[in-house]
Write a protein of this length. Structure first.
Length: 315
C-alpha cells in the first residue's frame, strides 16, 4: 500500500470519529442553525433528520433518491434528487423552506432534456448554486449525453459551465465563499478513469477558467464529497478498504483527507468504513464534522471551522 496516503492522521483532530447513527447508504449531510443534521439514505429513498439531542426521524420519504443536500443563505435546504439505488429518482434540483414547508423545483431539465442524476451541490457567497450531474447508476436511462456541472443564477437561469472532455465524471463540488474559486471531484470508476480534484478560478459571473489539478488519488478510490475550511483547505472524503473491481486499488485508505489549495496533502482522519461519501461542518463553533460513510453517520471535531453559505455559527 502506498505510504503517500496511508500514513497521515489529522494532527489537530480533537476526538476520534464516532458513529452518530446507522442506516443503509448515507450521503449528503447538511447542518441547520439549530444543530439538526439532514442527510440522505439513498437506498431507502428518504432524507433523515438527526436532532441535536440524538433523536432520529424521517424528514422526507420518498425523497426522489436525494443524494447531496446543502443550505442556501436564507436557510433553505437544497436537494440533488438523483437516480441511483432503484426507481423513483427525481433527477432534479429542489428546495425546501423549513419554516413554511414550501417545496420547490428549481430545475429538472436543461435545454429540454432531463438530468442524469444530480449528485452534489453548493452555494457561493453571492447566492449562486452549483451542482454536478453524473451518471453512476444505470447508464441506459441517460437522456442527457453530457455529464456536467451547472450553475443556477439568482434569477433562476441555468448554465452548463463544465463538461467533457475537460472532465470525465463530476461528483463532489465546493466553492469558496468569496465566490472566486470552485473545486470539483472528477471520479470515473473505469480502468484509467480520473481520480482527480480540479480547481477552477471563477470570474464575477461565476464562469470557470484556469483549470488545474489539486491532487490525484489514482489508482485508488478517489474523492466523493468535499468541503472547505476557513483557511481554504479542502477536506475530501476518499479511499476504500476493499476495492470494488479492477478499476481501483486499496492505495488510498478510507478517510477525510486535508489538502491545501496548492495540493499539499497535510493529514487524514482515518475512518474504517466503506464507502465514505460526504461531510459537512456544524456545531456551535463550526468545528464539528459530520461524515457519511456506508451505513453510518460519523461525527468528530477539528481545529478549523468550515466555510458555509448558511451562517450556522458566529465565530
Amino acid at each position: 500500500m502506498s505510504t503517500r496516503f496511508s500514513d497521515f492522521k489529522l494532527r489537530d483532530a480533537t476526538s476520534v470519529p464516532m458513529p452518530a447513527t446507522s442506516l443503509a447508504f448515507t450521503e449528503g449531510p447538511a447542518v441547520h442553525a439549530d444543530g439538526s443534521v439532514f442527510f440522505s439514505d439513498i437506498e431507502n429513498n428518504r432524507i433523515i433528520k438527526l436532532a441535536p439531542d440524538g433523536t432520529r426521524s424521517v424528514f422526507r420519504e420518498p425523497s426522489g433518491r436525494t443524494n447531496g443536500n446543502t443550505f442556501d443563505q436564507q436557510g433553505r435546504l437544497l436537494h440533488c434528487e438523483g437516480a441511483e439505488f432503484g426507481p423513483g429518482g427525481g433527477r432534479r434540483i429542489t428546495r425546501t423552506n423549513l419554516e413554511t414547508d414550501e417545496y420547490d423545483v428549481l430545475t429538472d431539465r436543461f435545454d429540454g432534456v432531463r438530468y442524469n442524476a444530480p449528485n452534489d451541490i453548493c452555494v457561493d457567497g453571492k447566492g449562486r448554486i452549483y451542482f454536478t450531474d453524473p451518471c453512476y447508476g444505470d447508464r441506459t436511462q441517460m437522456e442527457m449525453e453530457i455529464e456536467g456541472v451547472y450553475r443556477i443564477d439568482l434569477d433562476g437561469t441555468v448554465t452548463r459551465i463544465i463538461q467533457q472532455p475537460d472532465i470525465e465524471r463530476p461528483n463532489g463540488i465546493a466553492v469558496t465563499q468569496d465566490s472566486k474559486r470552485l473545486y470539483l471531484v472528477d471520479s470515473c470508476p473505469t480502468l484509467g478513469g480520473n481520480r482527480k480534484i480540479w480547481a477552477f478560478d471563477l470570474d464575477s459571473h461565476g464562469n470557470p477558467s484556469n483549470q488545474r489539478v489539486v491532487i490525484d488519488f489514482a489508482p485508488g478510490r478517489g474523492g466523493d464529497g468535499m468541503r472547505l475550511d476557513l483557511e481554504g483547505n479542502l477536506l475530501i472524503a476518499a479511499g476504500i478498504m476493499s476495492p470494488r473491481g479492477p478499476h481501483e486499488t486499496a492505495d488510498v485508505p478510507p478517510g477525510i483527507y486535508l489538502v491545501t489549495p496548492e495540493g499539499e496533502l497535510k493529514s487524514r482522519i482515518p475512518i474504517r468504513e466503506d464507502v465514505l461519501t460526504n461531510l459537512a461542518f456544524g456545531g456551535a463553533d463550526g468545528r464539528t464534522l459530520y461524515i457519511t460513510a456506508g451505513k453510518t453517520l460519523f461525527t468528530t471535531r477539528v481545529a478549523i471551522p468550515g466555510q458555509v453559505a448558511y451562517p450556522v455559527w458566529t465565530e
